[in-house]
Design a protein around this ligand. Structure first.
Ligand code: G6P
Length: 615
């Protein structure tokens, strides 16, 4: 996690870096810092807190300007979030400055060695160790900064995206990456470096994304030189044209990114199936699947690896794949899978789901699966991300940038992609009748319209939020396809409103959670009129007889649950398998309103980050 940004050129670096940091705050917001060089002097300002706090602190210094700058927004790993542990960090001589996203795992022995050599440390961070290691190499070997960075990085174990600046060489920034993303924007007589392209999108659409184990010397008026960290050999950099636009990363009139992203769902679901779902022709075409169809068809099992909300999308996919294509599916937390010596066979297809495409545990699980000969397919949102490059093939979700830390549109577009894949495989395997196949294509095509309708539950969600906003606990129950939706609903609530919430399969309630139910316990039950509806109705009765407060998500026109529940939220009718795309919408709205009413920072909930590049 952590966001890094740098600028070298002719403009005022301060405003570019600050604006860039605000766009990268989704990556962490424990502290923020900036370094500027005005041609003579190197100045640093940093503080615990958010980028707005940094603005306040740094603006006190009227001389804070320069056309070279670097900034950092932190998600704390080593050392508490305070001013001293904030980045940038300087080397002991004060000549070198560094910003770092990642973890240096062997920082302790390196630090001990440097202390023996007379270095002094002011912070508890691994990053300060790295910058002093670079300085030590530079001095010992009497070499240029780029070479010193390369030698130092070869002594380091861990993950990093770094930018390093030397005040004696104020026309260059050295950047390097291993495991954390780094993009270089190429403008006219100016360069930008950042964790993603959002800080420089209005200045240039040309960017180089460094690959793992690559570093670059970004020097004014010189072409960018990219080298392999291992052996210093030159690499031909690939300059990519960016598709992102400014509008996509702004709030567009909404109070929060989360709300904007909830409301984008009808459009982005359509974008995700556009060109892939051709209902009138009765086909599904996805290049990544078509090119590897045999692998999918011969798969003895599909293993889905993911974290967080993406894991919930994986759980929905388990039901869909098994029902549609009759392929056994296992859904694994990437972090558990990678560490437990899993059995992976050559005939396994591993599907890795990740919005950011950078989640460290998911990335490690992919590497493990590949080492064991499995075919790995990625479902990512961020184009060009590490996971999209590491996987053998894949399909992008077309959700556009998701900035709110609580994932919303990424979840529904992931389910859309996974449903398309399952349908394609069902067709190829003959596990679904032609008429069902066509019915699903038509139904899926109508989902955006129905999501639009589901969004009309906003007002009722707001009213319900007002009643339960002070509850300390909340239960979410669902069955079958809607069990993962219960998990996702509970996660949404806890992550942005800090209310303790738990998701459960409705039938499991009687094996424990029912003990929690009394007149003060709100229970959100996902009860669309399909699948195991009657069983869910029985569960609702069990809650009612214990005086629990029932908030039910039901199919439009339902009367049975309406008679039992304290509140109902109606969603349009669709088939069981597609219902998570609708039932999840009011749960997103409910948690959003509760968080707003509790005065929580909806887009940047405490302690969380959007892109988790630490293990
Ligand atoms: C973090 C985010 C979640 C996300 C999870 C997995 O915890 O806050 O919203 O679901 O990481 O991220 P990924 O990018 O791999 O989907």
């Amino acid at each position: 996690m952590c966001g890094i940004v740098g600028y070298i050129g002719k403009r005022d670096a301060y405003s570019i870096v600050i604006k860039g940091l605000k766009r990268l705050e989704y990556r962490g917001y424990d502290s923020a810092g900036i370094m500027l060089h005005d041609g003579k002097e190197l100045k640093v300002s940093k503080t615990k807190g958010k980028v707005t706090d940094l603005e306040e602190v740094s603006q006190k210094d009227n001389n804070f300007f320069g056309s070279i700058g670097m900034g950092h927004t932190r998600w704390a790993t080593h050392g508490v979030p305070n001013d001293v542990n904030s980045h940038p960090h300087l080397s002991n001589s004060g000549n070198l400055a560094i910003i770092h996203n990642g973890i240096i795992e062997n920082y302790e022995p390196l630090k001990k060695e440097l202390i023996k050599r007379g270095y002094v440390f002011h912070s508890d961070t691994d990053t300060e160790v790295l910058i002093n290691l670079i300085e030590d190499v530079q001095k010992k070997e009497n070499i240029k900064l780029g070479k010193a960075v390369q030698i130092a990085l070869n002594q380091v174990v861990g993950a990093y995206a770094i930018a390093v600046f030397d005040k004696n060489k104020p026309d260059e920034i050295i950047v390097a990456r291993l495991g954390s993303p780094l993009a270089i924007g190429i403008g006219d007589g100016e360069f930008f470096v950042a964790s993603d392209a959002s800080p420089f999108i209005e200045y240039t659409s040309n960017a180089i994304y460094l690959e793992d184990e690559e570093m670059a010397i970004v020097r004014l008026h010189k072409p960018i030189k990219v080298r392999k960290i291992k052996d210093d050999s030159l690499v031909d950099p690939y300059v990519q044209e960016l598709k992102m636009n400014l509008e996509q990363i702004e709030k567009g009139g909404y109070d929060h990114f989360m709300m904007k992203e909830i409301y984008e769902q009808p459009n982005v679901i359509k974008d995700t199936y556009r060109g892939r779902l051709l209902a009138n022709k009765g086909i599904i075409q996805m290049a990544g699947v078509e090119d590897n169809l045999e692998k999918f068809l011969n798969a003895e099992r599909i293993i889905i690896v993911a974290c967080g909300t993406s894991w919930h999308a994986g759980l929905v996919a388990e039901y869909i794949f098994e029902e549609f294509a009759r392929i056994p599916v296992e859904v694994e937390y990437a972090s558990e899978f990678r560490y437990r010596n899993p059995i992976i066979n050559k005939k396994d297809v591993v599907v890795a789901i990740s919005q950011s495409g950078e989640t460290a545990d998911t990335l490690a699980a992919i590497k493990l699966a590949k080492e064991n000969g499995a075919f790995v397919f990625g479902v990512c949102n961020v184009v060009g991300s590490s996971i999209s490059r590491e996987t053998d093939a894949g399909a992008y979700t077309h959700a556009g940038p998701e900035i709110g830390v609580a994932s919303t549109k990424a979840f529904t577009t992931q389910i859309t992609v996974l449903t398309l894949i399952a349908l394609r495989l069902a067709k190829a395997k003959g596990t679904m009748s032609n008429s069902d196949f066509h019915r699903y294509l038509l139904e899926l095509e109508m989902i955006p319209e129905k999501v639009e309708e589901a969004l009309e539950t906003n007002e009722i969600a707001k009213k319900i939020a007002n009643i339960y906003k002070d509850s300390p606990n909340c239960l979410y129950l669902g069955r079958g396809y809607n069990f993962p939706v219960a998990l996702e609903g509970a996660l949404k609530l806890k992550e942005i409103s800090y209310i303790h919430a738990e998701g459960y399969p409705a039938a499991e309630m009687k094996h424990g959670p029912i003990a929690l139910i009394d007149e003060s316990m709100p229970v959100v039950v996902i009860a669309p009129k399909m699948g195991h509806y009657d069983k869910v109705v029985s569960n609702i009765q069990e809650i009612k007889s214990r005086s629990g407060k029932i908030i039910a998500v039901v199919t439009k026109g339902d009367t049975q649950v309406r008679d039992l529940a304290d509140h109902v939220i109606e969603i349009p009718e669709t088939s069981d398998a597609l219902s998570p795309l609708l039932t999840t919408i009011p749960l997103q709205l409910l948690s959003y309103h509760i968080a707003v009413m509790r005065g929580c920072n909806v887009d940047q909930p405490r302690n969380l980050a959007k892109s988790v590049t630490v293990e």
